[in-house]
Design a protein around this ligand. Structure first.
Ligand code: ADP
Ligand code: MG
Length: 262
């Protein structure tokens, strides 16, 4: 067996990623490997670089990639524009979704599906069934389709709408940036069931950025990574979220520093 065949092919691989903004270094060497069907979570204090990582994977133009690579299904992403990344199957659920007055939810969803999955996927009974099924999973009423995108939506409605987009676009890699923040307990369960439905038993994967272990109880990630000061200082199984909740980030920071000292 060759060395290359010993490791299963990654869905997404981040290698030694260094990112800055306006001359300030934010990500200082991130490595991450997500296999098809896996759900990973990133936790970390405010300002640790979580949104930066999400935005860089999606191709946000404000960031400077200083070093490293981001690879999806064997192909480098960093030279591609955000639209091409979306077409290849990257989806980012925004921390702060923007309103688009004048654009109706139903039309927006149909156009998005047509441009990412092709015209055929956005037509006829099959699309309507998919749409209805996803809206039922997320407890979204049909009347939602004629409202304007994120215009006057409550916090919970915005987040459910992000997950509705994710379910219909069927991404290869779904990145959720604090989609659970501001949701009540039912909302968190609903969002979690959308994520599970989109990823479990498929060859897609998800990266969930969160502050809370509650959503992780419902999606049960395969791995949890702790990002502090632009570096992943600890990775582990679901237990890590519980330990973090009990002991805080100081604990993991000290443990990581002690490990480095050896
Ligand atoms: P998190 O999502 O973990 O809270 P962010 O990735 O949003 O963290 O931010 C990481 C760091 O980068 C913070 O110190 C933040 O102030 C800084 N930062 C983010 N965006 C910008 C920007 N547009 N200009 C300057 N600094 C920024
Ligand atoms: Mg953030």
């Amino acid at each position: 067996m060759t060395a290359a065949s010993e490791q299963p092919d990654a869905l997404m691989e981040i290698i030694d990623l260094h990112v800055g903004i306006d001359g300030t270094s934010i990500l200082k060497g991130i490595d991450l490997r997500i296999l098809p069907g896996e759900i990973h979570a990133i936790m970390g204090r405010n300002g640790s670089g979580k949104t930066t990582a999400a935005n860089v994977i999606m191709g946000h133009p404000d960031y400077e990639v200083e070093q490293g690579s981001v690879i999806l299904n064997g192909d480098s992403l960093l030279d591609e524009d955000p639209w091409e990344r979306a077409r290849r199957g990257v989806f980012l659920s925004f921390q702060y979704p923007q309103a688009v007055p004048g654009l109706q939810v139903g039309n927006f969803l149909r156009k998005s599906v047509a441009s990412i999955r092709g015209e055929e996927a956005a037509k006829g009974a099959q699309f309507r069934n998919e749409l209805n099924e996803a809206m039922d999973t997320l407890d979204i009423p049909r009347s939602f389709l004629s409202r304007y995108v994120n215009d006057g939506f409550s916090g919970g409605e915005k987040k459910r709408f992000e997950i509705l987009q994710m379910m219909l676009l069927q991404p290869k890699l779904a990145i959720l940036d604090e989609t659970d923040s501001g949701l009540d307990i039912d909302g968190i369960k609903t969002v979690a069931s959308g994520v599970n439905q989109a990823v479990r038993g498929t060859d897609s994967g998800a990266l969930i950025i969160t502050h809370y272990s509650r959503i992780l109880e419902h999606v049960k990630p395969d791995y949890i990574h702790v990002l502090i000061g632009g570096k992943i200082v600890a990775s582990g199984g679901p237990d890590l979220a519980t330990q973090l909740e009990e002991n805080g980030y100081d604990w993991v920071e000290k443990a990581a520093a002690a490990k480095e000292a050896f």
